[in-house]
Design a protein around this ligand. Structure first.
Ligand code: ADP
Ligand code: TRP
Length: 320
């Protein structure tokens, strides 16, 4: 089974990224052959500062390696080290109906938020389809907001296979229902574009301050509270063991426990969860040549796979 996912290096990674995509993808490393990449071509749709993009790309590499990506099990690479995917994007474009892209929520949301409707933004899902199909991926772990893109990929692959013969494996999205959407400090979906996020490797003081700002209702300390509708609890449960979660639920329901205390508990559990990862990240930061070597050798392995698929697609279409 081949597992593949990617993430854009468009800013600091946060808890939504971690629980929605990184952790599921890292957990799947044990179950099959994993490919993970840093989607820097995709990031060009929103980043226009070259130095920032270079730095963010290496930051994402550090984040993944610190959080448990094992380069012996996972092929880890930069999207742009495999330029075959851009050629494959073109081959897929000719079987991609405009309507399929016009229906994409992500495109519509980005336009609604004021991004300019350029071709890169519109064709984004076709590049993503090429990423997935180039490696004949079976399973794509992503957060819920990316599910539609994987469905678009399936539609494109099925259409291509029908027209030109069976070149591509049809992938399945894999979405963890328990953490389908991680809320931000304001209760909306956590996202760097809403500035409601908690960075995985954020600074201690800033992280604590952001957690203390999590929006709650205004029930007084004595009142019993409902954990199911509380943003603070929703974040706490991501880190908690079953017994810690039950204990916190009881505290909420019994009353006499305030949101301030619950927020402190979120900070403590989050800070200690990432303790080991922070240490690992510091070590790696002092060894950037090692990180670069991992990406480069991952790119070579990924490139060899992508070249096979690209050749098969070219042959099927008559341009070999
Ligand atoms: P952002 O919204 O901060 O720009 P991205 O869109 O780059 O994040 O998301 C990268 C990955 O992380 C995707 O797989 C996405 O589904 C997942 N993800 C992002 N935010 C969340 C969230 N709040 N809850 C669950 N998954 C998320
Ligand atoms: N579009 C994804 C995101 O914003 C990143 C991505 C690019 C991706 N190519 C992919 C994810 C292929 C999974 C598979 O999060």
């Amino acid at each position: 089974m081949r597992i593949l996912s990617g993430i854009q290096p468009s800013g600091k990674l946060h808890l939504g990224n971690y629980f929605g995509m990184m952790k599921p993808a890292l957990d799947l490393q044990k179950e099959g052959e994993a490919f993970l990449f840093i989607a820097n071509y995709h990031a060009l749709t929103s980043v226009s500062d070259a130095d920032f993009l270079r730095k963010s790309t290496m930051d994402v590499a550090l984040d993944f390696l610190a959080c448990g990506l094992d380069p012996a099990k996972t092929v880890f690479f930069r999207q742009s080290d495999v330029p075959e995917v851009t050629e494959l994007t073109w081959l897929l474009s000719v079987v991609t109906p405009m309507g399929l892209l016009e229906r994409c929520h992500s495109y519509k949301d980005k336009i609604a938020r004021g991004m300019s409707p350029n071709h890169g933004l519109f064709a984004y899902p076709v590049l993503m389809a090429a990423d997935i199909l180039a490696y004949q991926s079976n399973v794509v772990p992503v957060g819920r907001d990316q599910k539609q893109h994987v469905e678009v990929t399936r539609d494109i692959a099925i259409k291509f296979n029908n027209e030109f013969g069976p070149v591509f494996t049809i992938p399945e999205p894999s979405i963890r229902d328990s953490v389908a959407v991680v809320p931000g400090v304001d209760g909306q979906k956590m996202s760097k574009s809403y500035n409601n996020h908690l960075e995985i490797f954020g600074n201690e003081k800033e992280t604590r301050a952001r957690i203390m700002r999590i929006v709650t209702d205004s029930k007084p300390l004595e009142a019993p509270k409902d954990p199911e509708t509380c943003n603070v609890f929703a974040l706490y449960r991501l880190f908690a063991s079953d017994s810690q979660r039950k204990e916190m639920e009881d505290r909420y329901r019994n009353g006499g426990y305030g949101y301030g205390d619950a927020k402190k508990a979120v900070f403590e559990i989050m800070w200690s969860y990432f303790e080991v990862f922070r240490k690992k990240r510091k070590e790696l930061q002092n060894n950037m040549d090692y990180v670069e070597d991992i990406l480069r050798s991952g790119g070579e392995k990924a490139g060899a796979e992508a070249a096979k698929t690209l050749n098969a697609a070219r042959r099927a279409m008559g341009i070999d």
